[in-house]
Design a protein around this ligand. Structure first.
Ligand SMILES: *Cc1c(COP(=O)(O)O)cnc(C)c1O
Length: 389
């Protein structure tokens, strides 16, 4: 095809600039590479940014979710409600605790979990709910908080997509009992790998902090400095989940531009919505009123009534035109682990399966140029023209 551009437009591209490089080099020069002053600074800055009382830095969102469930003493025989429309991490952490992930379906026409299905899934063993703020805008938290309150359940939010996002004026990170963020390479703020836990509960924060570093007494991170003492106590069987100063320095530089990166992604989203509005082959992403969207993902749904080809072929067509795309997510209940070991089956969560069959995540990142956006739009228009029913 003569219109084929030679450069591949990736699905994601992190915005790493001079500030990040400078910050990392400073840490290398400082001689202190692991968790230290930069990590404390990052925690304080992050807590301030989302308006949370406590922030604990860890090396992934998966670690954050695991520590949250551990600190809440979720244990064998307990049940935790998890949406089936999520990434592996949100469910596997429940299994780490030898508890059972109880999967629930999406709201009809949505990628978010259905509060009525949550209520219906509650049993005497239920201890917690893990809402996933899919794509970057919050779940219906009023309903979920009400359900949790009336059944004394804890809320651990998987906010891997939701920085920065808010629900009815409240920042994600200040709503549930514990909120877990991801700084994975493709997320809205990256440290390569990394994560953050926020909570209003000081006791929980302290427990998670101790568990994040071998279960040893909380101020042991500075035991190699002039101020720190060499003695430490092992209080619990903890984990090796600490973030490093190298990562925290990267995170601080990224946090400083979190708002401007979000606004740049929002502009990309607005442009997609404006330029593809007239296409019946694709249902576009939208935001419910009262929700501020982080725009981690821009997910369109391929409309099988308007297009002769399946989503998978749309992705292939995009790839042939040099454009990367992705699918979020293959619902948990369709995976062998959940079918063979936990007894879930195909057909059990029809809304999630329907979403999954049509979902297509388009490239969206802060430094995407109008030309790059135009290429994606033109490719989708071309595909819609060629394969329209
Ligand atoms: C990326 C992601 C995670 C895991 O984040 P890590 O930092 O890689 O552990 C968890 N949940 C969702 C919904 C994600 O997209």
């Amino acid at each position: 095809m003569s219109t084929l551009s030679t450069t591949f437009l990736p699905f994601h591209r992190a915005l790493i600039e001079e500030e990040e490089k400078k910050a990392v080099l400073e840490v290398l020069d400082s001689g202190w590479l692991t968790s230290g002053p930069r990590v404390r600074e990052f925690e304080t800055a992050f807590a301030g940014y989302v308006g949370a009382s406590h922030a604990v830095a860890v090396n992934s969102c998966t670690a954050a979710l695991h520590l949250a469930l551990a600190a809440l003493e979720i244990t064998a025989g307990d049940e935790v409600i998890v949406p089936t429309m999520t990434f592996a991490a949100s469910g596997e952490v429940v299994l780490y605790r030898n508890a059972r992930p109880v999967l629930v379906d999406c709201l009809p026409g949505s990628f978010h979990m259905d509060p009525d299905k949550i209520a219906a899934a509650i049993t005497p063993r239920t201890r917690a709910i893990i809402p996933v703020h899919y794509a970057g805008y919050p779940c219906e938290m009023d309903s979920i908080l009400e359900i949790a309150r009336s059944h004394q359940l804890k809320i651990v939010e998987d906010a891997a997509h939701a920085l920065p996002a808010s629900y009815k004026g409240k920042m994600v990170g200040t709503i549930g009992d514990v909120t877990c963020f991801s700084f994975y390479a493709t997320k809205t703020l990256t440290t390569g790998e990394g994560g953050m836990i926020t909570t209003e509960n000081g006791e929980l924060a302290e427990r998670m902090r101790i568990l994040s570093l071998h279960g040893i007494s909380s101020h042991a991170w500075n035991r190699y400095t002039a101020q720190g003492g060499w003695r430490y106590e092992i209080l619990d069987a903890g984990y090796k989940y600490n973030l490093t100063d190298l990562q925290a320095a990267l995170g601080l530089a990224q946090l400083a531009k979190c708002d401007s990166m979000r606004n740049a992604r929002a502009r990309v989203a607005e442009e997609y919505s404006r330029l593809l509005m007239d296409q019946d082959a694709f249902t576009l992403a939208s935001v419910p009123p009262g929700h501020q969207h982080a725009w981690h993902l821009y997910v369109v749904e391929v409309n099988p009534l308007a297009l002769r080809i399946h989503r998978d072929q749309v992705m292939e067509e995009l790839k042939e035109r040099g454009i990367g795309s992705s699918v979020h997510f293959i619902p948990l209940h369709l995976h062998p682990l959940y079918q063979k070991q936990l007894g879930y089956c195909t057909g059990q969560f029809p809304n999630a399966e329907d979403r999954f069959e049509r979902a297509l995540s388009l490239p969206i990142y802060p430094d995407m140029t109008p030309d790059e956006l135009g290429r994606v739009v033109e490719a989708l228009r071309d595909i819609a023209r060629r394969f329209h029913v």
